[in-house]
Design a protein around this ligand. Sequence first.
Ligand code: ZN
Length: 129
Amino acid sequence: MARRDLESVKTSLEARRTELVEDLERMGDEIQSIGVEQEKERGGLGNHFADDGSSVMEAERLSTMRADLSDLLSQIDAALHRMGTGEFGICQRCHQEIGAERLEAFPYVAYCINCQTILEREQALLSGG
Ligand SMILES: [Zn+2]
C-alpha cells in the first residue's frame, strides 16, 4: 500500500478509534445507570421481576453492543500497531497481501478473505459442536 494511502487510512482509523472510545464510555455509563435504577426498584416491597424486564433487556442489549465495539476497538488497535511494524495490509495467517478493496472497506481486518472464511468456518465448527 502506498505511503500516502497508508497515512489516510491511519487518520481514519484513529478517528474511528476516538469515536469508539467515546461510545464505549457512554454505554458504560448507560449500563451503570440502568443498574442503579434496578437497585432502586428492588428496594421496594412486592417488586416483580417482570417489572424491570425491559431495563434488564436494555442493559443486555447495551452490553452486547459494547462487547462488539470493544472487539472492534482491539482490532483497530492491532491494525494501528501493524502500521507501526510495517505489517499493515498483510494477512496475519498466510502472510499474503490483503486485497485493496477489502482493506478499503475494512481497514482494520487482520486476515485476507480466504483466511477469514476458513477461520469463520473453524469457529462455527467449534461453537456448533
Ligand atoms: Zn490469509
